[in-house]
Design a protein around this ligand. Sequence first.
Ligand code: DC
Length: 228
Amino acid sequence: MPRKINIAIDGHSSCGKGTLAKNLAKDLGYLFIDSGAMYRAVTLYLIRNQIGLDEVHRDPSVLGNIAIHFEYDPEAGFFFTHLNGENVETLIRGMEISSRVSEVSALKEVREFLVAQQQKIGEEKGVVMDGRDIGTVVFPDAELKIFMTAEPDVRARRRYLELQEKGIPADYDDILHNIRERDVMDSTRDISPLVQAPDAIVLNNTDMTREEQAQIALTWAKGVISMG
Ligand code: DC
């Protein structure tokens, strides 16, 4: 039995972290955890229960009522996010959550609550987790850390095509502006900003296909696993 490792994948918005992490987990038979989905689920809970951020700050114990878990659906080949037993995968991807999740994820109490859970999930090893602070805060000892990036215009073009394919109207310049704005916000926030861990390997996928990236990441992972 090859040893199991933890793999941390961090990087900018819309650079394909989730897809890469998902493929890698599938190829290795590991658990895939989308940490962004956890921030989104907390955001949904707070909105539904009309709990303001100041309230969470005053009394973080309100977060104790939130149970998040992931359930694998073999037909979809995907892990669905569950909030207190309800499949909320579709709900947390909507615009309302997308526009509120940044402020929720900037709250210290929310981060402490979720980081503790993420670290627990990683105790058994065999986890691929993607996010912004996985290699720096959640799994500082991860055996493999990948920092993903791509030029903003390439990310914007991919996102634009993705939306077009789904029939969602979109403006390329708006998307590019939003990506640039989020890069700055993610990298400059006070708590757990997006920074590259010193021991992370950079994967700049500006000129790569999905298959090429997946292959490179898998080769890295297998190399690290066999070194153990
Ligand atoms: O990856 P995503 O867009 O689904 O992430 C949703 C939000 O959560 C985004 O604003 C960044 C934030 N996030 C975070 O602060 N830390 C993480 N580990 C993952 C996501």
